[in-house]
Each structure stands twice: as C-alpha cells, then as structure tokens.
Design a protein around this ligand. Structure first.
Ligand code: NAG
Ligand code: NAG
Ligand code: NAG
Ligand code: NAG
Length: 405
C-alpha cells in the first residue's frame, strides 16, 4: 500500500513537472531521473570538451560508466573532496541537504529504468575490490550494495601478477570479451579498486544491406582523404538541420529503445567550432526537433578503441583534492592517508551493417599517499662513527659481506 502510494506520487511528479512547482515531500525524490540524465549529460559534454582540448584524434568513452563510478566515490568522500566531485559531476543542483541519499537513489532508479527492458542488451556492473585486512566502513559497503549492486571481493594486490590477471578476467567477462586487457600494471600498495563496466549490443531497426557497402572517400581534412567501407541505406529517418550551429543531425534507431544520434558539421565547417556548441541543452533541442524525411544515408563502418587516464583530466574539471594529500575519504575507511591515484577508462565500439557493439570500463585505484619509508640494509654499505659536537670521525668502514669476519 505504502509502496504503491509512493510510486504513484513519483509518477505524478514525473508527468506534472512541466506544470507544477516541485513538491518537496519527505519520502519522495525531489528530482527525477530525467533531471539526473540532464545533469549527467552536462558532465559528459564538459568531459568531452576537456578530452578534445587535449587531442585531435578519435574520441570514444562512456559518460555513464564514469559518472556512476564517481557517484559511488561521492558517498566515500567528505568535505572539500565531496564538494569537488559533486561540482565536477555537474550534480550540485540535485543536492538536497535533507535527502543525503538522493543522488545514489537517482542513479539506482536510472539504472533500473535503462535495464528493465528485457530485450535490450545493456548491462552495467559495479565491483569493489579491496586488499585483505582492509577495513571499509559498513555504511559505505551497504550503500554500494543497495544503490549500485556492487560485487565486493578481496584481492591481494601485493601479488601483482595474479591480481592483474584476475581484474582483467573480471572486466573481460563483464564486457563480453570486448575489453580484454584493461590494466597492464598495478601498484602493489593498492588498497582498493572500484570498477564499473558497461556493455551494449543493439541491432539497427533498419539494417544496412552489406551488399551495398563499398569503399568510398572520407575527407579527414582538406589534405587527407582516406578510403572507408561505406554503408548505404535509403529510408525515412528522423533528422534536423541546426542552422546556427552549422550542422545536421540524424537519428539511427536500434530495435530496443536506444538510438544513435549523428551530428555532421556542414561542409566547410570545422569540427572544432562545432565542438564548442555541443551542450546538453543543444542535444535536447536536437531530439525535440527531429523530423521524419526520406533520406539516402551513407555511414562508414568503423571500429574504435580508446583509453584515457582520467587522473590527468579530472583535476582540470575541479576535482583536485581526491588526487592529492588533502583527499578526504573518511566515509570509505578509518585508514588515513588514502587518495585516488589512478582513473583508467577504456572504451570500444564496433559499428556495422547489422548494428553496434560497445563496451567500456572504468577502474579507480586507491592507494596510500604516504607509505612508511623503508630503509633495509640488505646490500653492501658504508658506515661512519663520529663525535657529534666536533664532527670528528672516529671510525669508518664498509661492509660487503656481513657473514665474512
Ligand atoms: C574530512 O571531513 C570531515 C567533515 O568536514 C572532517 O571532520 C574530517 O576531519 C576530514 N578528514 C580529513 C582527513 O581531512
Ligand atoms: C563470467 O560471467 C558468467 C555470468 O555472466 C559467469 O557464469 C562466469 O562464471 C563468469 N566467469 C568468470 C571467469 O568470471
Ligand atoms: C546479397 O546478395 C546475395 C547474392 O546476390 C543475395 O543472395 C542476398 O540475399 C543479398 N543480401 C541482401 C541482404 O539483400
Ligand atoms: C522495450 O523494447 C521494445 C522493443 O523491443 C520497445 O518497443 C519498447 O519501447 C521498450 N520499452 C522501454 C520501456 O524502453
């Protein structure tokens, strides 16, 4: 009864959002999953622009995998570290002081809503690996399980070879072999690793006929023209011309309620100019304005595999303290002196006549920033015995083999 009531209330807010001021009730999320999607999209576009400012190569990543990973870390952090993650993820507007679990709840609802369609092949997973004896706060563990269905396991990171094999095998399995070699090195002092994976496989609603696929030129720029296998299809499609931006948009739907949206800068318009115009608001205006038209579509078959070390990019988006000695991870564990040392993201995609397969993984490594320094005299050494006040050298020697006297 209670549950029913809550569901109804939630639906009402979803459907009435446009007409009513937001209703603040104790047990109802005051924001919807559409709000979360919109904020996540803002984060995605910001991250895209940052990555794009670092390189002029192909780009491919899963914004959802990255924001979900950091939404989990958000619950482990406090004070400045918390505020910075919240801001970098573009989730500040969803923060409600009286609903501390609103953000993870929304992520959970979003995940359920995306994956509830049985015919849709979209899987997201979360795992927390921690080294033996490492103590994680109970509250954090429970939150990870409740909101992110996290798989929590012990891994002996000190045994690097074994652990790398295990972690890679885990990710390979979750991404159905699409991301087989996620990590090649591992810091043996790693305390904790947070792993998020996503896998998607979709078949085009209107598949391309491979009999029509043939090599055609692709104009990388004015000087560089390459030959690509170009797919061909003539049908009615949803499309739109964004005149102010100087680009056009095409929607290619898959069979299961997911679509690919292609944004093609007009001839002569530099893609770097369009880069700056890609925003969440723009995206929503594109999909709102789409109109069905008969079109001849030519799209190259392509395959990409991209990797990013996000610890180099995220501080540039304001997420600084978590990577430094001022990281506040007090909600993660009582152990002091931990920081995030590495955020690896790897994503692969394959687009062909039949559809698309895409997979990605995010790995966040947490290590101590101040290990007890060691001084192990286990090789030949020198020694000096001196009088402190006068610096008078009393004895000196060298030990090559302590057993040979
Ligand atoms: C983390 O933040 C909390 C809340 O502000 C504070 O009490 C605690 O001392 C901070 N811990 C560290 C290690 O900075
Ligand atoms: C891979 O995943 C499947 C379920 O998706 C599971 O049954 C199997 O044991 C996993 N294999 C490994 C090596 O983890
Ligand atoms: C492609 O061509 C072959 C041989 O002409 C034909 O048997 C096949 O049905 C064609 N495939 C499609 C999808 O039209
Ligand atoms: C589920 O998939 C079917 C196609 O298989 C689609 O028509 C339907 O809209 C999807 N439902 C949701 C809730 O996405």
């Amino acid at each position: 009864m209670m549950v029913n009531k809550m569901k109804m209330g939630f639906m009402l807010i979803v459907t009435c959002m446009g007409f009513l001021a937001p209703v603040h009730q104790a047990h109802l999320p005051s924001a919807t999953i559409s709000d979360l999607s919109f904020q996540n999209m803002g984060f995605a576009m910001n991250l895209y622009r940052k990555i794009s400012s670092y390189n002029d190569k192909n780009i491919f990543f899963s914004p959802l995998s990255i924001s979900t990973s950091f939404a989990a870390l958000l619950m482990a952090s406090d004070a400045e570290t918390y505020e910075e993650i919240l801001k970098a993820l573009n989730l500040e507007q969803l923060e409600q002081a009286d609903q501390p679990e609103l953000i993870p709840t929304l992520f959970q609802l979003l995940h359920e809503s995306i994956t509830q369609n049985g015919s849709l092949e979209l899987e997201q997973s979360m795992a927390l690996f921690m080294r033996p004896q490492f103590e994680v706060e109970k509250v954090f563990q429970d939150q990870l399980k409740t909101f992110f269905e996290a798989d929590i396991q012990r891994v002996d990171f000190a045994d690097t070879k074994e652990s790398i094999g295990f972690i890679n095998e885990f990710i390979k399995n979750k991404t159905r072999d699409k991301v087989p070699e996620m990590i090649s090195t591992l810091d043996p002092v790693t305390r904790l690793m947070l792993i998020n994976t996503i896998f998607f496989q979709g078949s085009w609603q209107m598949p391309f006929n491979s009999n029509f696929t043939e090599n055609a030129p692709f104009y990388v720029n004015n000087y560089n023209i390459v030959q690509v296998p170009m797919m061909f299809l003539e049908d009615k499609f949803y499309s739109w011309k964004d005149v102010p931006l100087g680009a056009k948009v095409l929607k290619l739907p898959y069979q299961e309620g997911v679509s690919m949206l292609i944004l093609l800068p007009n001839k002569g318009v530099d893609y770097t100019v369009v880069d700056d115009g890609i925003t969440a608001k723009k995206f929503l205006s594109w999909i709102k304005n789409l109109q069905k038209t008969k079109l001849e579509v030519q799209l190259p078959k392509f395959k990409m595999e991209e990797s990013y070390s996000l610890q180099d990019i995220l501080p540039d988006m304001g997420m600084k303290s978590i990577f430094s000695t001022s990281a506040n991870l007090t909600k993660l564990t009582k152990e002091e002196g931990l920081k995030v040392s590495e955020v690896l993201h790897k994503a692969v995609i394959e687009v062909d006549e039949v559809g698309t397969t895409a997979a990605a993984a995010t790995v966040i490594g947490i290590t101590p920033y101040s290990l007890p320094m060691t001084f192990i005299v286990n090789r030949p050494f020198f020694f000096f015995i001196y009088h402190e006040a006068t610096n008078c050298l009393l004895f000196m020697g060298r030990v090559i083999d302590p057993t040979n006297n």
